[in-house]
Design a protein around this ligand. Structure first.
Ligand SMILES: [Zn+2]
Ligand SMILES: [Zn+2]
Length: 138
């Protein structure tokens, strides 16, 4: 068993501790991720089970209908505004955290880039990563 993944927001109000390994790590260039991150893409680690996530603090959230047509909720700290995690209406078991919210962001190892069709020339990502116009086929 590896170390849990811990992290939270900038002010410390929201904290998580995840005793699991990520099943998916991606840079996403969709419009929602651009708006949430304030730059060209978001970077995420997705964990398979809410049962292995311990959360402290009360996050605020807003719902978005993504490019895929699925509803997702962006959870952020009501005090400092940091985006911390995402949940998905159609896949309620999944728990996705923003890479920079980790206490050790170097543990993020992107595997793919998603929604490249929405990306901008000024947002350069690792050219060795597999790229998908939308999401990779399941
Ligand atoms: Zn905060
Ligand atoms: Zn996205």
């Amino acid at each position: 068993m590896k170390l849990p993944y811990s992290g939270g927001c900038a002010c410390g109000e929201i904290r998580y501790n995840i005793s699991d390994e990520p099943i998916f790590m991606n840079d996403c260039q969709c419009r929602d991720c651009q708006r949430m991150s304030g730059t060209g893409h978001g970077s995420y680690l997705t964990f398979p089970s809410r049962n292995n996530v311990k959360l402290n603090g009360e996050a605020a959230y807003f719902d978005m209908v993504g490019d895929s047509g699925n509803t997702k909720a962006g959870h952020f700290c009501p005090k400092c505004g940091s985006p911390v995690y995402l949940t998905f209406a159609a896949m309620p078991e999944l728990f996705t955290v923003h890479a920079a919210s980790l206490d050790e962001p170097s543990r993020y190892k992107p595997q793919v880039v998603t929604y490249v069709m929405r990306g901008y020339d000024w947002d350069h990502l690792d050219p060795s990563l597999p790229k998908f116009d939308k999401m990779p086929p399941a």
